[in-house]
Design a protein around this ligand. Sequence first.
Ligand code: ATP
Ligand code: MG
Length: 693
Amino acid sequence: MLALAELNPEQRLAAVHPPCSGPLLIIAGAGSGKTLTLATRLAWLVHQGADPQRLLLLTFSRRAATEMGRRAGRLLHQSLGLSAGSGPPVLPWCGTFHSVAARLLRDEAPRIGLAPGYTVLDRADAQDLLAIARQSLGLAATEKRFPMAPTALAILSRTLNTRVPLAEVLRSQYPWCAEHEAELQRLYAAFGAAKLQQQSLDFDDLLVSWWHLMQKPAMAQRIAARFDHVLVDEVQDINQLQADVLHALAAQGCTLTAVGDDAQSIYAFRGANVRHILDFPQRFDPPARVLALQRNYRSTPQVLAASNAVMEQASERYSKALWTERAGGCKPRLVTVEDEAGQARGVADAVLALRETGLALTRQAVLFRTAHHSMALELELLRRGIPFVKFGGLKFMEAAHVKDVLALLRWADNPHSRLAALRTARLVPGMGPASVKRLLDHSGPLAAFKSPAAAAGPWAELVQLMAHLRSADARWPDDLQRVIAWYRPQAERLHDDARVRLADLEQLARIAAGHASRERFITELTLDPPQSSSDEAGPPQRDEDYLILSTIHSAKGQEWNAVHVLNVVDGCLPADMATGSAAEIEEERRLLYVAMTRAKDELSLWVPQRFHVTQQRAWGDRHLYALRSRFVPPELLLHFDLLDPVVTPAGAPREAGPAAPLFDLAAALRGGWPSGAGSDDAPGTADPGQNPA
Ligand code: ATP
Ligand code: MG
């Protein structure tokens, strides 16, 4: 088989590991070909006669799953000489744990007392529902400040995903909420009841429910009987529930192949723990076979050396450092700039310069710790007309108009969803708060509801639309066009920029066409939202060249020829909020490692000496002096080319002075210094005379 010949001996061994000889775990560093090996294994299994319909492929995003299917398809074409037109194998069961759980629950709904049309709540909806419960229990008014809905939801989520008792989670992670344990219990009970009443499940419910089903032998057997082979990528980021589900599937006879890198575990905040992967083999009897891959195919020796060096500073030991046979390139650059604006200009310059040498924008990426870190750069790119696509922000799905349209579709699917009904009803002109409340309490057919006279026309149209959507005549994706048609006049009335918003909705319609049914569309978009309006866009985007902007989390598993990492300073990497426990700091170090190992040929780490912080506190925004990230201590500098361009483009005079105070005096007086303690003589720090640290 041609594709197998291209793998190295270890990779080949893993790809053709006999399915009957027990589970297989491949632990290996970045760029060692784990994903490629998994895709080859998938192709090999199909080649050996496995039914693609009975393969379960679990990845960390839908995008990753599609990519894997494509890779496997290519391999099959090569090996079987299939005609290019026959397309990749159809893999109906691939996606994230949550999306697979959602589908399984939908299928099993009648057997487990669930409405098949149940709604999946995204985080924002779940928070809204929890906030309502918090209010109605009177917890919002308790004397001692009770945790807000987002915190309360995060506590619940952590408790469920780690399977650790609430009291313990409170003690170790949220000590300031510990006194509210009893009220939190009450709140969670009310929240659960509300979800039940509205036949809605949030993300955690999906996973917990799947886990519960797998604990019941008959049910576990039914579910496992759907699959022959289970393949998992990025297994380092699974949590306890997911690990248990995999274990149960394997116990029921599915063959299991999992690949991951313990040094890239970056989801502890969702309950993932490196231990799950390290302890994984021992959970099986006989233990899972563990294979390692040590050769890196992605990066130049210089990029690899710098990345390995960052990881060698970690307090926990990881799978061995990697080696590469790639020919030499240049050292990664560590670029010190004055501030974020300088960083934005510098990155834009560098990107354009590389493009001049023939490297397309799509082969270059800019990575950052948090979505808002790219703001200054986005402005600069817009100013210079450099097209870009941003991943990792959820702006598209959070936009009011997108949420409105989805609410209409959700309400059509699930008449019990008060959240969807509420959002929809508020769109009808002439429906005041009292009428909306009356509608929520209304039972019986929608047509029987007496709308206020002012709302008559649009309301009648809405009733008609809902009747159609709930009837057997509903057709996908035509339904969405009908919803948009009803929504159009509302958007024009509600928003000044309706034209832009309606264009977004056309984008949504294009995405809709790629989904089999209304239910699948809503569920999959909720679970794994397209992360930019042009993500998943159809052909019009394809031949365009654009720069990739991405959070590090969303860059997992990907690679680019040139990579820029923004804000490699303490407070950003590690993030401010992570300066608590040693474990959190270690996770931030792994994040930097993930970012650096995305680069094939060129890597630049940017260190702005001053950055701007938006704060919620009274004194507003401010500038802080930044210290180079503690993950690049002086002894690591030999791995980098140190640049200090402080370029001032012609025509743009340097600002005379800072617009805001250079440091936060009020905080300093209270002892509140910016986090991190770099050494004064390290390049990249500000003038020690002025530096508050
Ligand atoms: P990550 O940990 O970042 O997810 P990975 O271990 O999954 O990385 P891949 O993405 O599968 O690594 O591979 C990295 C790069 O190396 C890809 O461009 C892939 O095509 C290439 N590669 C992997 N194995 C080989 C090989 N045997 N021969 C040539 N190229 C290879
Ligand atoms: Mg990978």
